[in-house]
Design a protein around this ligand. Sequence first.
Ligand SMILES: [Zn+2]
Length: 413
Amino acid sequence: MPGPRRRTVRDLRRGNRAVVLRKLYFDGPLSRQELGPLTALSSGSISNVVAELVADGLLEEAGSVDSDGGRPRTLLRVAPGSGHVVGVDVGETRVRVELFDLALNELARADAPLPDGRRDGKYDAHDVVRLIARGLTQVIAGAGVAPETLIGVGIGVPGIVDASGPAGAVVHGQTIGWDAVPLEEMLRAPGELPPELPLFIDNGAKTLGRAEMWFGAGRGARNAVIALIGSGVGACVIADGVPYQGSSSSAGEWGHTVLQVGGRECRCGARGCLEAYVSAESLLERWREAGGTWTSPDEEGALAELLEDPATEGLLDETAEYLGAGIADLVNLFNPERIVVGGWAGLLLGPRLIEPVRRAAAAYALRHPFAQTTVELGRLGTDAVTVGAATLPLERFLETGGARRERIVSGAS
Ligand SMILES: [Zn+2]
């Protein structure tokens, strides 16, 4: 396809590196001989690219396989320890920072509760910035890795992320009281994160969606919706293999689609949103209104108590119907082949709710698109947001053929 500019030899080399690196990352280990047909590169190009990537320390040998009568073929894989990525989950009650190797094995973690929990449903962005910076220092020290091996930090936040302006990523978190918070600029302020460190900020539901698409229940699907149910409710719509963004990245705010006109008040200020019925916070609120009590200090413990109380049967059936109706809307709007329900509350409620949710979705959705869809539980644990956030710098790394951060920052991308 003709591009707006001519491809230089350097572009071509970087493109070849990216193709080989990506193939080995997702389908490795593979031999040089297998890489040829899988990448459509000549055996000469494969030899050159592999030699270069091995010299850069990005590939390593991973055993060998016999070939028919010939010499055994050496298998290659991306060296997990050749770089590190950090994923951050800015949750509604705590900030979690995790450091991974390139294979996304967790090497260190720092969890910090937000001071005083939430005040009037809002929290201070300066607290979040401080906890991210402190967590980053802790995980680097905890894993004992050299800071220069860090290829970037990905951050999932509970809000709409608009990175189109000159200030970088700005967060519109209406439900947490963040009105155009310049999070990227705040993280870049002197004394916070190292200035040269590549930062990637995205909505938490979208980072969860990325993780499920890369490693979990979404793998192999071209059209899918990953639903996040936690303190709030969000979704990541994957259309033809890529997250659907909309004109300013806010697409997928499924939690604030209206389930009941004039219904329960939602944290966003509107009435009757799906989130006002099925989020962990709303479910607990509905339980409280029905006379329910719990002893756990946090939402996760309280929701577990709700599930164990035999008096909540009716409340849970009603919640399954609301959630099923919301899923039917997703089916009718997007015609996905798969809907994955994740998020910490989604996973906790899943075993009890998934069957009635499927029945309700079948009853509310159009028959033909529903017949093409499966409704599944997420396969990744409650770390999925941090894992997904870490795939943001990792994807850039693979796309640029393993460019280290100094090359990314110097404008080579
Ligand atoms: Zn709402």
